[in-house]
Every structure is written in C-alpha cells, then in structure tokens.
Write a protein that binds this ligand. Structure first.
Ligand SMILES: Cc1ncc(COP(=O)(O)O)c(C=O)c1O
Length: 376
C-alpha cells in the first residue's frame, strides 16, 4: 500500500534532522563539517577486509557523508554518481540485458533518450517512448525497466506516480522516477511505490551551479548493491571536492527550494495575465492540465515555468533583455535562468522558454520580467 505524500510537518522534521545529521558520531574536537578526503589510496596492510576503506574507486568518506545525508531525506539507500546522467546510466546498465524492453519518456530530458538510443539499443535492448501525459496508457506489460520523469523537463507534464507504481508492480517492471525537478523535499516517489528515484543533484540539491552530481535512491538492497558494483567497476565515481560542495549546498535546500517555488507560483500567476504569453505550463496553476495529479502527489509545484512567446525572436529578446535572467542551460540554481529549448532540438515551439526561478526577491524579479516582456 503506497504511503501518502509527506505532510508539511514531516518535511519540516526531515529538514531539521538533516542539519544535525551525523552529530551523534562526533567525538570532542572533531570537525562538525564533513572532511574532504582527496585520496586515491588508503593504508591497507594485510587482508583488505580488515580496512573500512581500500581504494579510491571503491568508496570515499566524503561521498559517504553526502550519501548518508541524502539517505536521510530519501529514507532509502543512496548511491552517489558524478552527474545526473551518470545516475541515469548506472540505472540502465545495472538493470538492462539483451532482449529487455525499456520504456522512457518521449518528452523528458533529451540525454536520457540519446543514451538509451545510442548505447542500450545497440546492445540488444528494445527502447520505447511515451509522452509523460499519456505514460500509463497501454500499461507496462513486458517491460523490464520503466523510467518516468515528473514533472517532465521541459514541458512540465505530470505522471501519476502511485498509479504507475501499481502498473509496474502488476507487470513485474522496475519503476524508476527521475525526480530532478522536485527533489525529495518536493515529491517522494518512493513513498508512492516507485522502486527507485534518480536525481540530478547538479540542480536544486547543490543549488549553486558550481558542481555536477547525481544519485539513485532505492529501498531494494539488491538493487543498491548492483548500482554500487556498477559504479565501482565502471569507475563512474564522484570527486570528493564536488561531493563536499554538494553536501554544503544540500544543507540550505529547504530554504532555497521553498523560496524558489513560492516565487515561481507568484510569477506563473502573473505570466498567465500577460498578453505576450502564448502558452504557459506550471503545475501549480489551477488551469494547468497537470494540476489535479500534481496537487495529489507534489508537496509544492516546483521552481520551473514553461512559457511560450510569439516566436524565436521574441523569446531571445525577452531572455537577453532581462537583467535578472541568466541565459544558461540548467535549472535549480540561485540565479533565475532561462533558455529556448528548441535550440537543443526539443520538440517544442520556437518561442518556448524553460525558466528556472531563483532566489532574487520576487517583486524585483517580477518587475524585471514584466519590463522584458514589454520589450518583445
Ligand atoms: C530531468 C533531468 N534528469 C537528468 C539530468 C542530467 O543531469 P546532469 O546534467 O547532472 O548530468 C538533467 C539535466 O538537466 C535533467 O533535467
């Protein structure tokens, strides 16, 4: 039976515990902040099993500090990877064999499709795609691995995670939810029955746009072990310094994410009134087609807004003329940023912009956005 999305009390409790996580292990004089341990080798006399650490590709205390903090938030075992895509790749290569069928979103992050097409398919896996909004249609019969992204990047369509989990269970498929756009504080796919969660920690979890990172969380011990073996033998390992930076970023996730989501909700409401806006997607708008499901399964509606202006020229002028919008291809950072997704080949109109709302005080940000809209 799927657990309900966590109450706001539950989230507050988790956010508070995160800041004191690991304190019980401190001895007098120990550093309260995790140490950066930049070593490839550990002192290893005699039998390797006598030592907690053996070699830098197998484990690292700085990764472990971040993994255990993320494990607290996810309430699951966490395996860290050096980027979100490394987490996606680890999930695919740890599960899929020749002849397996894999279902992925047709409208999610394009690199997941590229990875499956260029590297899984030639090994003999069958890759199928479905639009996020219709992801459940046809069920999951015959699939080994099902990866869904909700809300999807960049279209912000939503898939019912509890219903997907039920379908996956009855079909014997492994359901993995890419939760990058929401983080474990905004949406809890494992509580809704998913087998694993992928998160690109490069985005809101780190939040400062200065490191890449990713993780997979699962409550299935054997799957976690397989992911660790994949990491160890493929050598897809995070750097200790990056892990330390992401740990520092994670400590302020709750305040950053709350502000970003509150501002995004306020800005989406105002964009909905603008005559310059041709189309708008934000799952928090009551008029949004994804709102009913979003309300059921998301604790907040996220920091991303998808807004379509008249055409490419209007979209580029809007982005370039707004002093509080950083043109860049990422999201979840402290600075508001935006980009025209058609420039990467996403199947969206030329004037479609994915906007990630940052930490700027919302009234100042809105004034800058409104003035830039006036100029297009
Ligand atoms: C939904 C989603 N998943 C995975 C990734 C990959 O993350 P990374 O860039 O850290 O490899 C991204 C990156 O934008 C993403 O948006």
């Amino acid at each position: 039976m799927a657990r309900l999305p966590m109450s706001s009390d539950g989230r507050d409790e988790l956010a508070a515990r995160l800041l004191h996580h690991g304190a019980e292990r401190l001895t007098p004089g120990a550093s309260v902040v995790p140490a950066i341990v930049p070593t490839a080798v550990f002192h290893l006399p005699g039998a390797p099993s006598n030592a907690p650490y053996q070699y830098g590709r197998f484990h690292n205390p700085t990764w472990e500090a971040l993994e255990s903090a993320l494990a607290l938030l996810e309430d699951a075992e966490v395996t860290l990877f050096p980027s979100g895509m490394a987490a996606v790749a680890g999930t695919m290569f740890a599960t899929v064999a020749q002849g397996d069928r894999v279902l992925i979103p047709s409208d999610g992050y394009y690199a997941t499709r590229a990875l499956a097409d260029q590297f899984l398919k030639p090994l003999g896996a069958a890759i199928e795609e479905r639009a996020t909004a219709k992801f459940l249609e046809g069920g999951f019969g015959g699939f080994k691995l099902v990866i869904v992204e909700t809300p999807s990047n960049p279209g912000l369509d939503v898939c019912d995670i509890a219903a997907a989990s039920r379908l996956a269970k009855s079909a014997g498929a492994l359901l993995v939810v890419d939760n990058t756009t929401m983080t474990p504080l905004g949406q809890r796919p494992l509580d809704l029955g998913a087998d694993a969660v992928i998160c690109a920690d490069t985005k809101a979890i780190n939040g400062h746009s200065d490191a890449l990172m990713g993780h997979v969380a699962t409550r299935h011990g054997t799957f976690a072990e397989r992911l660790r073996d994949w990491r160890k033998f493929s050598g897809t390992i995070p750097g200790p310094f990056e892990a330390w930076l992401v740990h520092r970023g994670l400590e302020t996730l709750e305040v950053r994410f709350e502000r970003m989501c509150d501002s995004a909700a306020a800005i989406a409401l105002r964009l909905a009134e603008s005559k310059k806006v041709v189309a708008l997607r934000y799952p928090g708008l009551t008029t949004d087609p994804a709102h009913a499901i979003a309300k059921r399964q998301m604790a907040t509606f996220g920091s991303l807004i998808s807004v379509t202006l008249r055409d490419q020229v209007a979209a580029e002028r809007f982005i370039e003329s707004c002093p509080l919008i950083q043109p860049s291809t990422s999201f979840g950072g402290v600075r508001t940023c935006a980009e025209r997704r058609a420039r990467w080949g996403d199947a969206v109109p030329d004037g479609f912009i994915r906007m990630s709302i940052g930490l700027e005080p919302v009234e100042v940000l809105w004034r800058a956005i409104a003035e830039a809209l006036d100029r297009v």
